[in-house]
Write a protein of this length. Structure first.
Ligand code: OAD
Length: 251
């Protein structure tokens, strides 16, 4: 399917599908102006993750790490969901069941209106107490104090995100595996499909019989194993599929 978008067969499959799972990565937010991790303008080209996105870095210099997150929150906070996020949010009404599993921490899916979200890597708008583990939402730009302190116990707060060398929430991961193995169709949108365990979810889905639809301008290690590999930007391809669906969806 690469190069030419022939949605006919895909639309037929979607008409019959009862249970859709969508796995997203940084690429879905690229058209909102948020840099991806590994592209030409990727975040990791400018900053060494081991200096900033690790527990060791945070323990050594919480102020530096928080300054980086505060800067990123400042950028992300100005961005809006793009047509790709919006189609995914609308599809919660279109399909009987739709589960959105995202590696993104930017909160743009929520801003677009998505509700059934599993955030594998946390959320930049949430802070977590390093002592008690309490999680709180915080949308301050800039943060009132850096590093922020827990008002309950006075301990340091950290970003509620998964850092290098840390494990994902076992509950969120387990539920994501379960959702992947139950879906009829899994869309894999805007991810380089190299970071585990997220990268294994399409294989869980495929082994359980789901069709895999990848949307990405570039090929990934997953592309060979997909049923539909659609090369293009998610902010263009998802609305295109949505338009075709609307034309043909059974009343
Ligand atoms: P990457 O930066 O690795 O990959 C982004 C993908 O999006 C690439 O495959 C691009 O080709 C694709 N892309 C770019 N523009 C696009 C567009 N307009 N539409 C669709 N796709 C587009 O980002 P992730 O795969 O999300 O983890 O990275 C996975 C994880 O690596 C992140 O969650 C982060 C990072 O380490 C943590 O922070 C724990």
């Amino acid at each position: 399917m690469a190069g030419k978008l022939e949605t006919g067969r895909l639309i037929e499959i979607l008409q019959e599908a009862k249970n859709i799972a969508i796995l997203t990565g940084a690429g879905i937010s690229a058209e909102s102006g948020i840099p991806t991790f590994r592209g030409e303008e990727g975040l990791w080209k400018k900053y060494r993750p081991e200096e900033l996105a690790t527990l060791t870095a945070f323990s050594q210099d919480p102020k530096l790490v928080w300054e980086w997150y505060d800067w990123r929150r400042g950028i992300i906070g100005q961005k809006d969901p793009n047509p790709g996020h919006k189609v995914i949010a609308r599809w919660e009404e279109t399909f009987p069941t739709l589960s959105l599993i995202t590696q993104n921490i930017d909160g743009l899916h929520q801003k677009a209106g998505s509700k059934n979200i599993w955030e594998l890597h946390g959320n930049i708008w949430k802070l977590r107490c390093t002592e008690e583990g309490t999680i709180m939402e915080n949308y301050d730009i800039p943060l009132k104090e850096i590093p922020p302190i827990c008002s309950e116990c006075g301990a340091l707060l950290r970003p509620h995100v998964v850092w290098y060398g840390e494990s994902l929430s076992p509950t969120i991961l387990q539920e994501s595996i379960q959702l992947s193995s139950e879906c009829d169709v899994m869309f894999v949108v805007g991810t380089s499909a190299v970071v585990q365990p997220a990268a294994s979810l399409p294989f869980e889905a495929s082994e359980a019989g789901a069709k895999i639809v990848e949307i990405n301008p570039d090929p990934t290690p997953l592309s060979l194993y997909t049923d539909f590999s659609i090369r293009g930007k998610s902010g263009e391809i998802l609305p295109l599929i949505d338009r075709e669906l609307k034309k043909t969806f059974k009343a």
